[in-house]
Ligand binder design. Sequence first.
Ligand code: MG
Length: 209
Amino acid sequence: MNGTRPGKIVCIGRNFRDHAKELGHEVPSEPVFFLKATSALIGPGEAIRLPVWSEEVHHEGEIALVIGRRATAVTEAEAMDHVAAWTLLNDVTARDVQRGDKGRFTRAKGFDTACPLSDVRLTGIDWPKCRLQCLVDGALRQDGSLSDMVFGPAFVVSYVSRYMSLEPGDVVSLGTPAGVGRLERGQVVEVRLLGPDGALLASLRNPVE
Ligand code: MG
């Protein structure tokens, strides 16, 4: 991928009510978070390579924050002052391996190419009125309002920063709406952010090999 690599990628799990339900989970009472390896990063247009050891690799279209200023134990009121921009991420997941690993996400979500990241950096968006979508070969698979998030961006940044400092360039991904599903070789997966008026604000497209 081009540009500066983030020092870490923090991902929130089960943060959209409808996605927690589709995987048979309760909506969590506190954010659930994990790290994705930076070696998994690829940029727009680069190929997601399906690993030979998984039969079930899923897309998870996500909206993410890019940290602008170091955040250590910041309050919810302070949190957004530490965020530089919004972007898009695909939390590609080997679902079969994730199930077998019983809550340990490192193999299932950390393999090479499992983290497509947009190079678009958006500011000043009216996020509760935006929609996050994921399409495979142009067919809509995921479509959720950001207002369906259990924990909003300020709460998430504040919460994570109690446990680990967030540093400039770090990425915090806020979770995926319902509709996750399988990717096959030869497909193209696209994550989209739509504004309040339905206009396309950002798009992240990656072929699957
Ligand atoms: Mg995810």
